[in-house]
Design a protein around this ligand. Structure first.
Ligand code: 5GP
Ligand code: MN
Length: 346
């Protein structure tokens, strides 16, 4: 079901054996799955294979998910250390991309990765992998997360030999954490293998209670207050069943919202019976960041692709809405969404 070919495992194992300076990366604005899978792999490469493995990301992790990267995992971010990131990529003899279907999703780092002559490996769960750019591709959308796919790839490697207890503790914990965030704590995209992975990792010693506490019980108070305000005052529902929330700059400033503090809000309106799709807009300098979730039968991915320059998974996707290219200005977003509602849901 994971489409993990023995031949590809052999090639991956050989690349890991010969590589010395390994750079592991993921998509921009890294979420729990991106950070979990990257951290898990770097910890494995350092502890089990003795590699100089480093995580390189385009953006620094939000404070809410920074804990996922353990102290044992060196991390360079392009927004804070651009020169160090570019030098590291240029010096790498192996590059591994996780939780993204191509280097375009690394945005500010895509040219640097594109210029690197090192062999590349892809381990991802989005549709449409950019296969031509990679020596080996592990890719299937029929899995909860990049963390889950990476787990089953690692199990196939000869030194792990199918025994989760041989994974470094930091790897096991990061894998469970990444999978937990992408499934919204076992609510979406869960497969039999997802539960098997969780059972195996808990049996191998991962403290799931601690993972849940770190993920869900350590926010600042203002997250709960802004989420309440946005649901009570700002949420709109169209006649077609699109729920949308527009978090404008003035609201974000008023509640002192930091990166990551509105994570998960987009899911909440889907609990309303007549809502088929939910869109959350968060204002940036010259665009809105767009998060889309849909119920079965309606495609968040197509909506992101057609209306927001984006993509993702069938029922969880994202993109951007620019001004003045897409709309005259931020105040025109609501009218645009009403139009999207008619186009996507009627
Ligand atoms: P979120 O709403 O959590 O930010 O993103 C949900 C999913 O949508 C991500 O896991 C990713 O697959 C996809 N996604 C989010 N933003 C973008 C984007 O700008 N471009 C593309 N292609 N996919 C995105
Ligand atoms: Mn993911």
């Amino acid at each position: 079901m994971y489409g993990i070919e023995t031949e590809d495992i052999r090639t991956l194992d050989a690349l890991l054996e010969s590589g010395r300076t390994v750079t592991v990366t993921a998509h921009t604005h890294p979420d729990g799955d991106a950070l979990g899978s990257v951290s898990a792999l770097v910890a494995y490469l350092r502890e089990r294979r003795g590699k100089d493995a480093v995580a390189v990301l385009s953006d620094s992790p939000a404070a809410t998910v920074r804990f996922i990267v353990p102290d044992s995992v060196p991390l360079l971010c392009h927004d804070t250390e651009p020169e160090a990131c570019l030098a590291r990529i240029a010096a790498s003899d192996l590059v591994i991309l996780l939780d993204a279907n191509g280097f375009s999703r690394t945005e500010s780092l895509q040219d640097a990765f594109g210029a690197s002559p090192a062999p590349k490996v892809l381990i991802d769960h989005h549709v449409g992998p950019d296969r031509d750019r990679f020596r080996v591709v592990f890719s299937t959308p029929d899995v909860s997360s990049a963390s889950e796919l990476l787990y089953y790839v690692l199990l196939e490697l000869p030194d792990i030999g199918g025994d989760p207890a041989r994974l470094p503790a930091d790897t096991a914990r990061a894998l469970l954490t990444g999978m937990t965030t992408d499934t919204n704590n076992f609510a979406n995209s869960v497969y039999p293998g997802t539960f098997r992975m969780a059972a195996d990792l808990i049996a191998a010693g991962v403290d799931r209670d601690a993972v849940l506490s770190d993920l869900y019980n350590r926010y600042r108070e203002n997250r709960v207050r802004v989420m309440g305000y946005l649901q009570h005052e700002i949420l709109r529902i169209t006649p077609e069943g699109l729920a949308y929330i527009i978090a404008t700059r003035d609201i974000l400033d008023r509640f002192d919202v930091a990166e990551g503090e509105t994570e998960g809000l987009v899911n909440i309106p889907l609990s309303i019976d007549r809502v088929k799709m939910s869109i959350f807009l968060k204002q940036e300098q010259d665009h809105f960041r767009v998060s889309i979730r849909s119920k079965k039968g309606w495609s968040a991915r197509e909506c992101a692709f057609v209306h927001f320059h984006g993509g993702g998974h069938e029922n969880a996707s994202g993109g951007k809405l620019w001004w003045p290219a897409d709309i005259p200005g931020p105040e025109a977003a609501a009218a645009y969404l009403e139009q999207v509602s008619r186009a996507c849901l009627s």
